[in-house]
Ligand binder design. Structure first.
Ligand code: BGC
Length: 468
């Protein structure tokens, strides 16, 4: 009898793992058999590069900068090496020369974010100088034939918004809505592409899950509320901007980051359970919201949130996809940094604790495509200070992109992260993502050898000047 029960359990276990294995394959290609030059892109495909205000502008005050000065409870500094964003790339002053670099690279679009703290330093009061500044940035782009894409919220906001709990409280969305309306009324006639929130997943996880970003909380429950409020916020901003003059012509989207969680041991149900749970909270909650208008997070005994939005389905003109890699997880993996990366044989690590995994980019595109909206790859890049993996990274990821397009994904644009090395949040200046290497002492920018692969691909597949 016992033997029969054991056999039945064994059979069930095998069946379940087999099904999971089949349903969520961890695709690995044999790179010797892929022709990386076999690339095809739609005629009007946009090639670009991206930055975010806090990471490049320099002179940050009254925002995330306060976090840069503090320590965690255990005494370690919030930012690696005690770095502070400081003068960063002085992009606030040097934007013209940087936009000229984008043009020189042959790109047709620039994604950047607005510093809300500069524009609205106190609630409801707008700073004319800051508003004029972004007019100039946008105008410069247009004069140089570069299409601007503006992000409204890229992780940072004014301190007054932080101090009332930012996106943890539904009633605070009102402030973000007012800011969004204001800037859309300023720039809406000039800018076609708008991103509402950059990466709800990392923003909520780092701030309220892992406690690595402000406000430094570690609570799955509170983190889930933040995610829910970000979806509400996206929806309200989207609807508001669409109803404003010029809204019908604007393309407004949410930026979703995907990290796949792949089990280290693919035959272990424990590993699968962990990965499915992480995916449910981090990825599927947002994808389901965009696809079906339902926001749902259920972690037994910890959190249950379910909200149906009647008008959320399709309430995004495009989905911005930020993709870097997958995370290979084991229940024994540490629950807070420093994370030790798990890899498959032959995989190459980036300077962050994750590998280069172009197959995952293909997987992410296929998954996002199920939402049924056009996709814009709003970020993709590699932290590679030595510049010895960048070229192959670019060639493989762009190959995966092209393959996804051939296989039916409706992708309209690709933005390399990032134009310049910049302030990489909790990692300070240790991560070097730039097409241009920065010397932060002299502010000198040097095009990296590896970046030339991107330039070359764009030259072959970019927009013809008349189509800009
Ligand atoms: C963020 C960027 C960041 C990049 C590289 C994305 O999560 O949007 O601000 O610099 O990843 O880590």
């Amino acid at each position: 009898m016992y033997l029969l029960i054991l056999l039945a359990i064994g059979l069930l276990y095998t069946l379940v793992t087999y099904r999971l294995h089949r349903r969520y394959p961890e695709t690995i290609w044999d790179w010797d058999k892929q022709n990386l030059n076999d690339l095809e892109f739609p005629e009007n495909f946009m090639w670009g590069t991206a930055t975010a205000s806090h990471q490049v502008e320099g002179g940050n005050v009254n925002n995330w900068s306060r976090w840069e000065e503090g320590n965690h409870r255990d005494g370690t500094p919030h930012i690696h090496n005690n770095d502070q964003s400081g003068q960063a790339c002085e992009h606030y002053a040097r934007y013209k020369e940087d936009i000229a670099r984008i043009k020189e690279l042959g790109l047709s679009s620039y994604r950047f974010s607005l510093a809300w703290n500069r524009i609205e330093p106190t609630p409801g009061d707008y700073n004319e100088e800051a508003i004029a500044h972004y007019h100039q940035v946008i105008d410069t782009c247009k004069q140089m034939g570069i299409r601007p894409m503006v992000t409204l919220h890229h992780f940072t906001h004014p301190l007054w918004f932080e101090d009332i709990g930012s996106f943890e409280h539904e009633e605070n969305i009102e402030h973000f809505l007012r800011f969004s309306e204001k800037v859309f009324s300023e720039y809406g006639r000039k800018v076609k592409y708008w991103c509402t929130h950059n990466e709800p997943g990392p923003f909520a996880t780092m701030g309220w899950g892992l406690g690595m970003f402000p406000p430094g909380i570690r609570s799955l429950k509170r983190m889930s509320r933040v995610l829910q409020n970000l979806m509400r916020s996206h929806l309200r901003v989207y609807k508001k901007l669409k109803s404003m003059p010029g809204g019908d012509k604007a393309q407004i989207g949410l930026v979703k980051n995907i990290f796949q969680f792949d089990p280290y041991r693919r035959w272990s149900l424990l590993h699968w359970a962990l990965c499915r749970l992480l995916d449910h909270v981090y990825n599927e909650s947002i994808i389901r919201f965009l696809r079906d208008g339902l926001f749902r997070i259920y972690v037994p005994g910890v959190v249950f949130i379910q909200e149906k939005f009647e008008d959320a389905k399709g309430a995004t003109d495009f989905i911005g996809l930020n993709y870097y890699s997958n995370l290979i997880m084991s229940p024994l993996s540490p629950q807070k940094p420093p994370f030790k990366p798990l890899t498959r044989p032959g995989q190459v690590l980036t300077d962050f604790p994750y590998t280069t995994y172009a197959e995952g980019f293909y997987r992410a595109l296929k998954r996002i495509n199920t939402i049924g909206r056009p996709i814009m790859v709003t970020e993709n890049g590699i932290p590679d200070a030595k510049d010895d993996r960048r070229e192959i990274f670019i060639r493989r990821y762009i190959y995966a992109l092209s393959l996804a397009i051939k296989d039916g994904c409706d992708v309209r644009a690709y933005y390399y992260w990032s134009l310049l090395d910049n302030f990489e949040w909790a990692e300070g200046y240790s991560m070097r993502f730039g097409l241009y290497a920065m010397n932060f002492e002299t502010q000198e920018r040097t095009l990296r050898e590896g970046a030339k692969a991107y330039q070359e691909i764009v030259q072959q597949h970019g927009l013809k000047p008349h189509a800009r």
